[in-house]
Design a protein around this ligand. Structure first.
Ligand SMILES: N[C@H](CCC[C@H](N)C(=O)O)C(=O)O
Length: 319
């Protein structure tokens, strides 16, 4: 009797937000939340902040129609097995995975834009000359709109490990939900205890990714006395994964909230320092302080390949 087959995987990361990637072109493998959590377990499994399944859009009912130009669909799952609409670091690693496995036309790696489908719609990607990727993450908005912009916040957050004072926060929609809290300095940023989830009020119905941000610097590079590049430091407690070393959509949310708080004349380019490295957020032309489009640039590295054992693929939670 032949041993049950394992499943080939690749391990990759973008600024140390790490993922287990599996090619499933015909969409025949639909792992349960328990199996995803077992694969992402850092002791009993491969380990990862999430699992990414590459499925041809034609094999994904609700993607085929909405993403005619996108050959591949990114199925993203958090490490607890929950689904998420979007993953900004993950979509860059997904693109690198497709390219390196020759699942994209050769020219996809030469700086031209190409589309991928996600639960948050079609996203465009471009591989830069230095090997980093730029993802056009498309539309964003302050969830509370102009009212939240005017008030400067639409939520309150209790950050574990800091004083027991609820802090004002801005909710930002990147296709997935984010709640951004500004802290006064990097000492407070380091003191936050993100082994526990920050408490958010009102409670977001779909949960939320919480970003703690410290505005650092603003640079005028054109000599017109108007800042062109902003720099912030960030930590994140991700919905469905806990604290991670980086969050791509979270970096966008943190930059967009800081830009909203800075007001008119704020930079449109933001360097975001996360524990796992640096990302660059570029706010799209025509964006207001409350909504618009956004690009995210950063590295995407593939670090290992292997085979997921059948025992892992058939994992059932112990009673
Ligand atoms: N935890 C997120 C999904 C992954 C986001 C993050 N890893 C990124 O790079 O954007 C959520 O449930 O919305």
């Amino acid at each position: 009797m032949s041993a049950p087959q394992g499943l080939a995987f690749t391990k990759g990361h973008g600024t140390e937000n790490d993922f287990v990637l599996v090619a499933d072109p015909d969409g025949v493998w639909n792992p349960t939340a328990d199996v995803v959590a077992a694969i992402c377990d850092r002791r009993a499994g491969v380990g990862g902040d999430g699992l990414i399944r590459a499925v041809r859009s034609s094999a994904v009912p609700d993607a085929a129609g909405t993403a005619p130009g996108a050959e591949w669909f990114m199925d993203y799952r958090n490490s607890d097995g929950s689904l998420a609409e979007m993953c900004g670091n993950g979509v860059r690693v997904f693109a690198e995975f497709l390219l390196r496995n020759r699942l994209l036309p050769e020219e996809a790696g030469d700086g031209r834009w190409f589309d991928v489908a996600t639960r948050s719609g079609v996203k465009r990607l471009r591989r830069e000359a230095d090997g980093q990727w730029t993802a056009d993450l498309g539309p964003w908005a302050l969830t509370g709109g102009d009212d939240a912009l005017g008030a400067g916040s639409d939520a309150l957050v209790l950050v574990p490990g800091l004083d027991a004072v609820a802090r004002p926060a801005l909710s930002v929609d990147l296709g997935n939900p984010h709640t951004v809290v500004a802290l006064p300095d990097e000492a407070e940023l380091a003191a936050a205890d993100l082994t526990r989830a920050p408490e958010v009020r009102p409670v977001p119905p779909q949960g939320t990714n919480v970003e703690l941000v410290v505005p650092l610097l603003a640079f005028d590079v054109t000599g017109d006395d108007v800042p062109d590049i902003g720099e912030i430091a960030m930590r994140v407690h991700e919905r469905g994964s806990g604290e991670t070393r980086s969050c791509g959509t979270g970096a966008c949310a943190a930059a967009l909230a800081t830009r909203a708080w800075a007001g008119r004349g704020a930079p449109d380019v933001w360097r975001v320092d996360v524990p796992g490295g640096r990302l660059v957020v570029t706010v799209g032309a025509g964006s207001s302080l409350a909504q618009g489009t956004v690009w995210l640039s950063g590295p995407a590295q593939l670090v290992a390949t292997g085979v997921l054992a059948p025992e892992l693929l058939q994992h059932r939670p112990t009673a």
